[in-house]
Write a protein that binds this ligand. Sequence first.
Ligand SMILES: *Cc1c(COP(=O)(O)O)cnc(C)c1O
Length: 394
Amino acid sequence: MDLKRISAFEKKSLEEAFCRVLESGRYILSGEVKKFEDSVSRYLDIKHCIGVSSGSDAILLALLALGIGPGDKVLCPTFTFFATAGSIARVGAQPVFADVCPRCFQLSPFEAQSRIDSYTRGIIPVHLFGQCAEMAGFKKIKEKNNIFIIEDSAQAFGASLGNKKAGAVGDVGCFSFFPTKNLAALGEAGLVVTASDEIARTIRALRVHGSFKVKYSHELIGGNFRMDELQAAFLDVRLNAVDKLIEERTKNAQYYEQAFLSSGLAIPCPDPCLCQADQRWEMNNLEKDGCYPLYLPQTVRGRHSFNQYVIRVKKDRDKLRAYLNDQGIQTEIYYPLPLHLQPCFSSLGYQKGDFPIAEKLSQEVLALPIFPGILEEELERVVKGVCQFFGRSF
Ligand SMILES: *Cc1c(COP(=O)(O)O)cnc(C)c1O
């Protein structure tokens, strides 16, 4: 991903934003953060948006504001970025992992429901790679068990489900503006969103060491979780173009799909989503279109925001990756080790084999370059490289 490929217009707007903040002399939680919070609130169509220090801190704050801590359990996918589960552990609660759908990569409600017990206070579905999780299923689980839903929308800014934006569906939504995300800061930043006045008020207090109104009076123990004024000013500029950038990502995804289908490396998936299915069945059927070396990502619900274009390579993924790397084509593996097998969670007692889908995916997934600004001839080079590796022409 080449982060320097931005338009002259965008560069000028960012420089203007920088100069405005520089000359204002107000660098902490001032007008720029407020302005961005208002703009993003309109974009996401949700009442409260609270700018914070990072996406990881956004999840931490959501859990703290919901009163989740020691003795509580929170469910999340084992196949996600570390911060999802790390934040649960950081508030003293216990992460409980569940397996994901082998097709759409999202936390499976079918897998999640059987892991809920009387200690479970919440679920964190992750809208992985930019596509929404199967939220209707989680809403049913929420109502049946009276638990919270926190959406980890770090990779899904701009994705949507029906008439709602990702992040605005559950009790609290968390976003990251890390430079590789769809809406990108020039450093660290994050956002918490909620429709609840009460939760929003608590998060605003926790952002400044738990002080609600009176300076130096602390009702809660929070931290310094403030969004930077400069980052807020940059983000407000970039928000204007975010839909255009997502369209570009989507076009790049379509290019790959067309190319890989016509090269015969893959076929459209017969059952693109198995979120509600018993996946042991799926494990027995994984190879039913076995003569094709790739599975392509499919849009199964809502608007996919394509933060990543992740294919499954059924055999020799690492060899393909090395082959592409030798041609100057960078790829990435999200994620090489599921969270239930991370050394820091060994005390939770999970074993290899507990989550077969996630473990299989970690051996097969490969993210291809999809960033806005990539040239068509570069996309073509990627496809050619993959085709050559498998001995196909393109
Ligand atoms: C990026 C990311 C985060 C963390 O965001 P930071 O801003 O890097 O702290 C959390 N969850 C997921 C799924 C992410 O991709």
